[in-house]
Write a protein that binds this ligand. Structure first.
Ligand code: WAQ
Ligand code: MG
Length: 271
């Protein structure tokens, strides 16, 4: 019999809980077999207590059994790295990617501006590409994609693939798991993200069409405001179906797509 799977979630804040206005320090989740629960909780706890955003004084860890019959298995988005000299060049690259998937320059710039100007959120903005209106039910929180991970037996291969590229870190593994889920959500055409960790400047633009495009810089060093925007095409799906996929559907990556290489913007876009 297959081992039972559990969704383990951690969120940590400083200055009291998130609800009481504490500052968000760290959040992460895993989907793991029963035998790895203790080890996995220890790792998550260690992260919340030793984080570059500060030391957490509120830590919540929860555990829920996953009904394996309800899991959707997906492939990872293929990873490409675009090497840029600074975040300004990175953001230009994001605009070019959005244009490649069919958005006008004006729309692409407007979406990126929304992300740059957003307040700090625990979740992502969900924005209709036609009206540029935000669609999340809770605008102070944003929408959180949950219930995703790599299949636990894929980790050795994933680690060695990322190790070869010098990018075997939690940021990349968790972001690709999230982006691979989000890109398959009803109506989502693209996602843009950079970290809230002050010392992590890389970010990405992801879409079903282009895959997971990393930019070596997408925000200035030292900034602790991160951002995420899910670009939604309201002619393709309802907001309810999209939110349901993001928040309730468990997705596990059971197929790793090969790494696509490192390029400069002009190599990649051919200009
Ligand atoms: N669902 C929706 N939005 C989220 C979630 C989630 N589960 N988790 C975080 N966010 C939002 C929130 O606004 C954060 O401030 C922002 O995203 C950034 O979150 O090298 O580490 O977890 O390939 O800090 C990109 C990796 C790392 C680039 C991104 O994001 C690479 C990262 P963080
Ligand atoms: Mg972070």
């Amino acid at each position: 019999m297959k081992e039972r799977l559990y969704n383990v979630k951690m969120r940590a804040a400083q200055g009291g809980s998130h609800k009481k206005g504490g500052k968000h320090i760290s959040g992460a989740e895993r989907i793991i077999p029963e035998g790895d629960i203790l080890w996995s909780i220890a790792k998550l706890l260690d992260r919340s207590l030793n984080h570059s955003k500060g030391k957490a004084d509120f830590i919540n860890i929860s555990l829920e059994e996953v009904r394996t019959s309800e899991v959707k298995y997906i492939s990872s988005l293929p990873i490409t790295t675009l090497e840029v000299k600074d975040y300004l060049e990175g953001r230009k690259g994001v605009i070019q990617c959005l244009k490649l998937i069919g958005l006008s320059s004006q729309k692409a710039e407007a979406l990126l501006n929304l992300l740059m100007e957003a307040p700090p959120l625990r979740g992502a903005m969900l924005v209709d590409i036609h009206t540029l209106k935000r669609l999340e039910p809770d605008l102070n929180r944003g929408v959180r994609a949950t219930g995703m991970d790599w299949a636990y037996d894929l980790y050795p291969r994933l680690n060695s693939m990322l190790e070869k590229e010098g990018i075997n870190n939690n940021h990349v593994k968790e972001a690709v798991a999230l982006a691979s889920k989000v890109a398959r959500a009803p109506g989502i055409i693209a996602e843009i993200c950079w970290s809230d960790d002050p010392d992590y400047t890389a970010g990405y633009m992801a879409s079903e069409k282009l895959g997971y495009i990393r930019f070596t810089h997408l925000k200035p060093f030292g900034v602790d405001k991160g951002g995420r925007i899910f670009c939604f095409d309201s002619t393709k799906a309802t907001v309810e179906d999209c939110l349901n996929w993001l928040e309730n559907q468990i997705t596990i990556i059971n197929e790793i797509k090969p790494y696509q290489g490192n390029f400069t913007l002009s190599d990649y876009f051919g200009d």
